[in-house]
Design a protein around this ligand. Structure first.
Ligand code: ADP
Ligand code: MG
Length: 225
């Protein structure tokens, strides 16, 4: 019975997702269509082209976030050191952090037990979470990234910001497809991240204090050392 329940949960989640995708993709397409119509009779080409390009970028972003849900071409689960994945991700985000006046602090425990993961998916999760942290600090702040081993043969990666925080009543909605509070958000990052972490046998926990900041913990099973 429990298995059946889980299946019907999943079917309704997929239905909700499909309806959301249709809606989200139709919006930018409608905008594009309108501007192309306008362009047939106007000299304001430049402005319209700018809007069309940003709508196209939006479709692209939505589709690429969704593609992460699909299994990668060749799923390659490998033994990896979470510290080096995190350092790699942070180097990608460095310029964005500097531009936003954000200081990055890392505290990665020495001799962490390795994890088994699909490296690209795992990188994508940490990119999503760090980007959310950076986007929560439009006026600058501190981004802390920590990794340590827990007792129960697990590794905990903690991503902590000093940003706007999340109202308690909004916490249950996080990870719902297309739930976003950002003008240019897709509301897919947390859903995709949670899916990936659950497929790796792990979990994500979010705690937040409005106006103070947010802490996101990713807990993953580690290989016995
Ligand atoms: P997006 O970033 O496109 O909005 P996400 O799924 O990544 O979509 O996040 C969903 C929502 O969760 C965000 O719009 C934001 O309201 C909230 N959120 C996620 N991470 C944080 C954070 N670190 N600080 C504050 N709010 C956050
Ligand atoms: Mg996001």
């Amino acid at each position: 019975a429990e298995e059946l329940l889980r299946q019907s949960d999943m079917l309704s989640a997929i239905g909700q997702l499909a309806a959301g995708i249709a809606h989200e993709i139709r919006n930018p397409l409608t905008a594009l269509r309108g501007f192309i119509q306008l362009m047939q009779s106007s000299a304001e080409d430049k402005r319209y082209c700018g809007i069309m390009l940003s709508e196209l970028d939006r479709i692209n972003l939505i589709v690429s976030e969704l593609l992460l849900l699909a299994k990668p071409q060749a799923v390659k689960y490998q033994q990896r050191e979470v510290g080096s994945i995190l350092k790699n991700v942070l180097s990608l985000l460095d310029s964005q952090a500097i531009l936003n006046n954000i200081q990055i602090h890392t505290r990665i425990a020495e001799k962490l037990p390795p994890i088994t993961c699909e490296e690209n998916q795992m990188k994508q999760v940490f990119i999503n979470l760090c980007k959310n942290a950076i986007e929560a600090m439009p006026n600058g702040g501190h981004l802390r990234v920590e990794a340590e081993a827990l007792d129960k043969g697990e590794v905990r990666i903690r991503i902590k910001d000093t940003g706007c925080g999340i109202d308690p009543e909004r916490i249950p909605r996080l990870g719902e497809p297309f739930y976003t509070t950002k003008e240019k958000g897709t509301g897919l990052g947390l859903m995709v991240s949670r899916r990936i972490i659950e497929e790796h046998g792990g979990r994500i926990a979010i705690t937040s204090e409005p106006e103070q900041g947010t802490t996101v913990d990713v807990i993953l099973p580690a290989l016995a050392g």
